[in-house]
Design a protein around this ligand. Structure first.
Ligand SMILES: [Zn+2]
Ligand SMILES: [Zn+2]
Length: 179
């Protein structure tokens, strides 16, 4: 876990490059349950950290290759993710809880740090997670699986007559016509 002490940031700022191994990313992955994914490569991160009064500015870049399961055809695929970010971190004062409720909207969208410590590992992981698609697709035009026979339609059509599941009403009508 990479943590920087506020007091260790020199006036000209601090530039860092580091790698987050899969093992340390796993702890953050647990809190993100809506998408099934894994890391193919460690996460590469770089950041420039500067002090601005009591707050801290971070410009950074994170990249990693992730493995997802396509929501349409259920195939696993790898996808490189990369994201640049700019964050302002404000000191969280435990003593002034009242102040916290009066924070401006701008500050509410921001991040905080506590006890003079900047948790860079956590920030880097959060940034890559923001880039994770809500519904991963192997291809934008993935055709998915046939709802009748389950064949992967990207590999060719399956020959099923009706590729769409008929609604109950249509099925009923068909029965009547057939009889
Ligand atoms: Zn797919
Ligand atoms: Zn089929």
């Amino acid at each position: 876990m990479l943590t920087v002490q506020l007091d260790d940031i020199p006036a000209e700022g601090l530039s860092l490059t580091w790698v987050e191994e899969r093992a340390s990313l796993l702890t953050y992955m647990e809190s993100l349950s809506h998408v099934d994914f894994d890391f193919d490569t460690p996460l590469q991160a770089e950041a420039k950290i500067e002090r601005a009064g009591h707050s801290v500015l971070i410009h950074g870049k994170v990249q990693a290759s992730l493995r997802f399961r396509c929501v349409r055809c259920l195939k696993e695929f790898s996808s490189p993710l990369s994201s640049t970010f700019e964050l302002t971190l404000y000191p969280l004062k435990e003593s002034s809880l009242r102040e916290e409720t009066e924070l401006s909207a701008e500050k509410l969208e921001s991040n905080f740090f506590e006890g003079g410590e900047i948790h860079l590992s956590e920030i880097a992981c959060e940034q890559i997670f923001l880039d994770i698609p809500y519904q991963p697709l192997c291809l934008e035009a993935c055709k998915g699986l046939c709802p009748v026979c389950g064949k992967d339609l990207n590999l060719g059509s399956c020959g099923c007559v009706n590729e769409e599941i008929p609604s109950g009403f249509e099925a009923l009508q068909k029965l009547k016509l057939d009889s």
